[in-house]
Every structure is written in structure tokens, then in C-alpha cells.
Design a protein around this ligand. Sequence first.
Ligand SMILES: CC(C)(COP(=O)(O)OP(=O)(O)OC[C@H]1O[C@@H](n2cnc3c(N)ncnc32)[C@H](O)[C@@H]1OP(=O)(O)O)[C@@H](O)C(=O)NCCC(=O)NCCS
Length: 257
Amino acid sequence: MNGIQYTLREWVDVPAGTDWLAAGELTRLSQFRFPKRRRDWLLGRWTAKQALLHIEGLPAAGLTRLEIASSASGAPKPYLDSEPLATGLSLSHSHGRALCVVSREVLELGCDLELVEPRRPSFVDTFFTDAERQRVEAADAAFRDRLVTMIWSAKESTLKALGTGLKADTRSIEVTPAGEPDPGGWYSADVTARDAGHFRCLWRMDGQFVLSVSATISAMSRTCTSPSSLATRTASSIMIMQKEQPTAMVSAPVSLA
Ligand SMILES: CC(C)(COP(=O)(O)OP(=O)(O)OC[C@H]1O[C@@H](n2cnc3c(N)ncnc32)[C@H](O)[C@@H]1OP(=O)(O)O)[C@@H](O)C(=O)NCCC(=O)NCCS
């Protein structure tokens, strides 16, 4: 199975019990004090386990063999039977939904799920680069909230791919959206991370949410022999795991131009 796959789940999908959690996850769960954090964490684990079951080819009964631990930075780390998995994984939760991306080939990847909503101008002034701010100011007013959300989401995805999260300066990441979406609704953006190279971010709308996936171009290149094969291979290997059909994989061509 190639490429990057994403899985979306909602809080209503999460079982009421906890018998699908591994021992280490039960310990972690007992440490949460705030119900919202507990719910978000559970939703993220459920979503990540659904994604891993599929990519690892495990039966549903394998849920407790999987553990999504956290590194000291907070980044998720997947294990199978207590052994680390060589699988790239990133997750995000927002407003009762979660997104998880997994890949056997691209280990440094990040994802983010953001509700499109109005933000104060000070948000853009504080967290965006000058070029990003100018792009937002020049945008059609009807599109502005979505553009701000998309740029912000691309920054978060990239900071997760880097493993730093928001400890890093969000202005060290510059997002340049590239043109119109492909027929599958995917947009792409070039992302430059100061001192950390170039990333490619793919994003799309899912209802009122922006979902984004970011990975280093060099990480993607490891699976390809040339830039053109990177485009071809990546274009054919972004998969959608549909919520209604958890085992169905739908190929969605992605323009990387
Ligand atoms: C990582 C961060 C950008 C997440 O943004 P957010 O909008 O609050 O939350 P999202 O739902 O999009 O993402 C949360 C998930 O990102 C992942 N994550 C957290 N830190 C991460 C990091 N450094 N690198 C990659 N992924 C990370 C986790 O899987 C987390 O979910 P979980 O804690 O339930 O496992 C943000 O929380 C952050 O940078 N925080 C600062 C770092 C920090 O305080 N770490 C705590 C150490 S325990």
C-alpha cells in the first residue's frame, strides 16, 4: 500500500467503553482531568487506530495490540505489540471530529483539521508572515476566512511534521498557496520552513472544515526516482478512507503543479 492515507472520524463513532485501549493508553486516560481533553484524546486514538488497522492489515480484534503513545514533545508514536511501528502518523481533533494521516513511506508528516471561522485581524498580524498577511488582505472578502484558516492549518501541519508544534515561531513557516484545486478538490501549497527546508501541503474542504496534510518534499522523494515520478506517484497515491465505508479506498488524483 503506497502513499499517504487519511481517515476522518467523529465523536459519535467512538465506542462508549475502553476495552479497545492498550494498557499504556488506559494509564494515560486516567490522568486527564478535563472532560474535553479526555474526549479529544479518545477520539484521536480511535481515529488513529482505525487508520493503523487498515494500513497494517490487522483485524478489528487487533485494536488493543496497537498503542498510540506520545513522545516528550507530544507527537504521537504508534506501537504494535509494544514494538515501535515504522509508520508515519499524525493526528488532529477539532469540534468533535478527528483526522489521522498514516504512511509507510513518508515518516515525517503532519496533519491538521480546522473549522473555518472568522478570526480577528490581530491573529493574522501576530502569526502570519508579511507575505501571508498581504495575500489575505488582497483576497476576496468572501474567501478570506477560508484562506486564513487554510494558511494556519498548513502551518500547524508543517510544525507537526517537524515535530515542534507551536513551540516554534509560526512566522518561521511561510505558506504559498498554488492555484486552483484539482477535480478531487485538493489544493496544494508550497511551504518554506526557515532552517528546515521545503514542504508540500495538500488541503481540501470537508464541509466547514479545512483538512491539511504536510510532508517534506525530501521525505516523499525517498520513494521516487525523479521529480516527475514524485508528482505521478504522489498524485496516484493519496487515498481517501471514506467514513461510511471504512475498508473502501478511493484514489483521489492530486495536482502538485
Ligand atoms: C501540537 C499543536 C500544534 C497541536 O495543535 P492543536 O490545534 O492544539 O491540536 P490538534 O488537535 O490539531 O493536534 C493535537 C495533536 O497533535 C499531536 N502533537 C502534539 N504535539 C506534537 C508535536 N510536537 N509534533 C507533532 N504532533 C504533535 C498530538 O497527536 C496531539 O493530539 P493528542 O495529544 O491527543 O495525541 C499544539 O498543541 C502545540 O504545539 N502545542 C505546544 C507543544 C506542547 O505544549 N506540547 C505539550 C507537550 S506534552
